[in-house]
Structure formats: structure tokens, C-alpha cells
Design a protein around this ligand. Structure first.
Ligand code: G3I
Length: 322
């Protein structure tokens, strides 16, 4: 079949995948498919803080540099993921905050330096940055992270301003899961984005991760959710799409899964604001799902031996029609 990226180019869409760098290095089937099928890539882990600054002041950009080079050589854009998050923080940082050796004033400076250093390093090479990731709880209250506890809610606007100063052309995104449809959490993002933009804070995009599970049903009002962010003048993107199921997979579950992928893709293709659709890995061989949700998996477009599932066909058809 025609590679997804060729179909996506005709539909004026970026079709992306998260990239596992160990697999990219060691698995030639994976490496070839990453280049052949996608015109956008996201680092699954290697741009996260714990990886890039494992020891305070000592940086390891090897994985991130390698991915950016890989993408450039293949005409792919890069989504940067992620600058400010409560998870995958370096041990020196969480320990320093916990034992009080890093106070609030110093912490703000540390965050500013992190954002500035990373964004500057890849200036001009990142199309979209996930600047803040997963800052709301399901009920729409701000997540009680070290950032909120020590810096207060202003850390969000600060992070966007710092990122914008470091690379004025990169599109800067909020990003979260369980925000596909209209609900308390996505509405909290809508209100936050509206307020930030009214204040002149440089936030240009809303990233919808899209981690779905067939046993929970397809979210409601996805098109309406995209439309309201579009009315704010923002871009939208699906940033981490996968659709898990309770194992074992069977033909019926895989057919349902295909309709879920297609449902999110069609919502994107139907919205002028949505020009980027990324899957969180494209083979079950390296999917994060079974490691986190015991007894669940089969969440990606292809099997562990890269066999194309119904979902792969559905995405291809959606792109061809899009
Ligand atoms: O880096 C260590 C490595 O040194 C060690 O040998 C290995 C042994 O287990 O662990 C490695 O770290 C793991 C890392 O993935 C790299 O493989 C972590 O334990 C593991 O927790 C980590 O999981 C990642 C997870 O984020 C962490 O929260 C997943 O790969 C990644 O897919 C997942 O991605 C997140 C997005 O960033 C945000 N949205 C949700 C999404 C799914 O959870």
C-alpha cells in the first residue's frame, strides 16, 4: 500500500509517531518503517528532563540530537515533548525540592534555565513544542505538582513566555489526555487558553493525546471540542494516539479499534486548526501500554511483528479520503 506519509501529504496533514530511540538504533524494520510511514516524529522519552539533565548541570542530548538528525534527513518535522511535566523529572531535582535544599526562588530559575536551554538547542528544528503537559486533574482543578506547590499557577504562563523567547517560530502547545471530547478537564484547558491568550501569553496550540481504550467507549463531542479551540485562534493536534483493549485481541475488538483511530483522524481532518496527527508508537512490539495497564495492549496500528491491523487500513483510508 501507499505509505501513510504520502497519503497525508496529499491531505496537507502531518502524520507522526512517537519514536523509541533504542528500537530506532537496534531494529532495522522499525527504523525503515519510521522513515517510510511518517512525516513527523516525537521523542517518546529522550527530550524529557530526566534524560537530558540526569545530573544537575550535566546534559545528555545524544538521543534528542539523533532523532532531530534522523528527521531532518527524511524530511520529517519534529514535535518537541515535553518541557514542563510532573513526571520523569531528574532525581536531583525532586530530591532537592523534597529535602528543602532547593527553595522556590531557585526552583523557578532552574525551570527557566531548563526551558530556555532545551528550546534554544533545537531552535528552528521543532515545529510544535509541548510546553506544559498534563497540568489538570480530571475534575478541572490544577494538578498538585511541585510546580504548582512551589511556584503557584503562574508557572504555566512563565513557561510559555520563556519558550517563546527561546524560539519565536515554534508553535507552543498545552497537552493532555482525556481531553478528546468536551468534559471538565478539556473545559479547564479551554478557559486557561482563553485567559492566557487574552493576557498576551504566547500559547498557540492545544494537544490532545488521544490515549483511548475500547472498553470505555469513544469520547463525545470531539469535533465540538476542536472547534472551540479553533475559535480562540489556536491550532489543535492529536499528539499520542493509541487505542488499547483488554487482551487477547480478536477480530471484533480490532474492528472497533479501527473505528476509534478513524474517529479521531476524521475529527482532525474535519477541523482547519488540526494539521498534525501523531500515534504513540506504531507497533505493539514497543508500546508502553502493557507495562502500565496489566492485561491490556494491542494498542497500535501494527502487531508485534509489524503486521498491519484493521486500524492501519482505516487510517490509510481516512487519509486518502481526507
Ligand atoms: O531510562 C530507564 C532505563 O535506564 C532503564 O533501563 C529502563 C528499565 O525499565 O527504564 C528506563 O526508563 C523508562 C522509560 O520509559 C524509557 O524506557 C521508564 O522506567 C518508564 O517509566 C518510561 O515510560 C514512559 C512513560 O511515558 C513515563 O511516564 C513511556 O515509555 C512513554 O511512552 C510514556 O509517555 C507518556 C507521555 O510522555 C505523556 N503522555 C502519556 C504517555 C504514556 O504514559
Amino acid at each position: 500500500p501507499v505509505p501513510l506519509r504520502a497519503l497525508a501529504e496529499r491531505a496537507d496533514l502531518r502524520i507522526g509517531t512517537a519514536v523509541d530511540m533504542a528500537a530506532l538504533d537496534d531494529d532495522t524494520t522499525y527504523r525503515r518503517a519510521t522513515g517510510r510511514e511518517f512525516n513527523s516524529v516525537t521523542a517518546e522519552n529522550v527530550m524529557k528532563w530526566e534524560v537530558v539533565e540526569p545530573t544537575r548541570g550535566t546534559y545528555d542530548w545524544s538521543g534528542a540530537d539523533e532523532l532531530v538528525r534522523f528527521a531532518r534527513d527524511r524530511g520529517q518535522v519534529v514535535r518537541g515533548h515535553t518541557l514542563v511535566w510532573h513526571s520523569q523529572l531528574p532525581g536531583w531535582l525532586t530530591a532537592g525540592v523534597a529535602d528543602g535544599s532547593i527553595g522556590a526562588g531557585e526552583l523557578r530559575g532552574i525551570l527557566r534555565k531548563h526551558v530556555t536551554t532545551e528550546v534554544k538547542r533545537y531552535k528552528g528544528r521543532i515545529q510544535q513544542w509541548d510546553v506544559v503537559n498534563e497540568v489538570f486533574e480530571e475534575d478541572g482543578s490544577l494538578r498538585n505538582s511541585i510546580w504548582l506547590q512551589k511556584l503557584g499557577p503562574s508557572y504555566i504562563a512563565d513557561a510559555f513566555r520563556w519558550a517563546h523567547a527561546a524560539d519565536p517560530k515554534a508553535k507552543l502547545f498545552l497537552n493532555d489526555y482525556n481531553v478528546e471530547g468536551v468534559n471538565a478537564k478539556s473545559t479547564a484547558y479551554y478557559e486557561l487558553a482563553k485567559r492566557l491568550r487574552a493576557e498576551g501569553v504566547p500559547v498557540q496550540g492545544f494537544g490532545i493525546q488521544g490515549h483511548l481504550a475500547i472498553q470505555y467507549g469513544f469520547p463525545g463531542e470531539v469535533a465540538g471540542n476542536l472547534a472551540r479551540f479553533e475559535r480562540l485562534g489556536m491550532q489543535t493536534a492529536f499528539t499520542e494516539v493509541d487505542v488499547r483493549m483488554i487482551l487477547p485481541a480478536d477480530a471484533e475488538k480490532l474492528a472497533t479499534q479501527a473505528t476509534y483511530f478513524r474517529g479521531l483522524l476524521d475529527a482532525c481532518l474535519g477541523a482547519r486548526s488540526c494539521k498534525s496527527f501523531t500515534v504513540w508508537g506504531f507497533t505493539d512490539k514497543y508500546s508502553w501500554v502493557p507495562g502500565v495497564f496489566a492485561g491490556q495492549g494491542a494498542a497500535t496500528l501494527t502487531t508485534e511483528d509489524f503486521g498491519r491491523k484493521p486500524a492501519y487500513g482505516a487510517v490509510g483510508e481516512g487519509l486518502a479520503e481526507g
